[in-house]
Design a protein around this ligand. Structure first.
Ligand code: PGA
Length: 251
């Protein structure tokens, strides 16, 4: 059985006082949760604050990005060793907003995934098709390419793990969730592609999350799908009550 994961991606939201209020409310609210991983990915400047505020709770902290070099003259960038040194355990890589607005490519995704693993940070690799690609029946082709190129040359050591998030671009922030059927179909495809890239054993262990307008009222049905192991939640993770309800999904 794969352990479920519910991850919140705060994107570019929240100011410091909201972050501290959120942490004290949410930390108490979910303190009894044991059977699933809970991750929050805030903007870089709140990582340390959240790690301290949520110490001793079941919440782990992830970054939304990282650079692939460990150090050097790269003004504005944040490296794996820096993240690891403050206790960051996960990092989102290749989010569609990075691909769309900041020139992220499958090749740079690949470098970041490798750098994350090298620094003992678990990458959450995002893949997903645009509406145009879905309408042109290119969904599987896009997913296959993003996985094959994003994971090129990767050999997972027994202690290393990655998480994959399927986030159809047309479902992100739009209120349009993929139906559980559509999501399951792509998740099954992802599992098969992972098996051909990394082998059946690794593929059977990798958690594949769904993301795109996940809300308290659709999480239960999504989590009932065989190949959906969790969710990557944007908008609905900004409110501690709605994120708590998502964490406490009912199967
Ligand atoms: P959303 O974002 O839940 O607001 O659609 C999901 C994501 O982009 O990770």
């Amino acid at each position: 059985m794969r352990r479920p994961v519910i991850a919140g991606n705060w994107k570019m939201h929240m100011e410091l006082d909201e972050v501290t209020n959120y942490a004290s409310r949410f930390g108490k609210a979910i303190s009894d949760v044991k059977d699933r991983d809970i991750i929050i990915c805030p903007p870089f400047i709140y990582l340390r604050t959240l790690i301290e505020a949520l110490q001793g709770t079941p919440v782990s902290i992830g970054a939304q990005m990282m650079y692939w070099e460990d150090k050097g003259a790269y003004t504005g960038e944040i490296s794996g060793p820096m993240l690891r040194s403050i206790g960051v355990e996960y990092v989102i890589i290749g989010h569609s907003e990075r691909r769309q607005f900041f020139g992220e490519t499958d090749a740079t995704v690949n470098r970041r995934v490798k750098a994350a693993l090298r620094n003992h940070i678990n990458p959450i690799l995002c893949v997903g098709e645009t509406l145009k690609q879905r309408e042109a029946s290119e969904t599987f082709e896009v997913i296959d390419r993003q996985l094959t190129q994003g994971l090129e040359g990767l050999e997972l050591k027994p202690t290393e793990s990655i998480i994959v998030a399927y986030e159809p671009v047309w479902a992100i922030g739009t209120g349009k969730t993929a139906t559980p059927g559509i999501a399951q179909e792509v998740h099954e495809r992802i599992r098969n592609v992972l098996s051909s890239i990394l082998g059946a054993k690794a593929s059977g262990e990798i958690r594949v999350l769904y993301g795109g307008s996940v809300k308290p009222d659709n999480i239960d049905e999504l989590m009932r799908q065989k190949d959906i192991d969790g969710a990557l939640v944007g908008g609905a993770s900004l409110d501690p009550d709605s994120f708590e309800r998502i964490v406490r999904y009912k199967e």
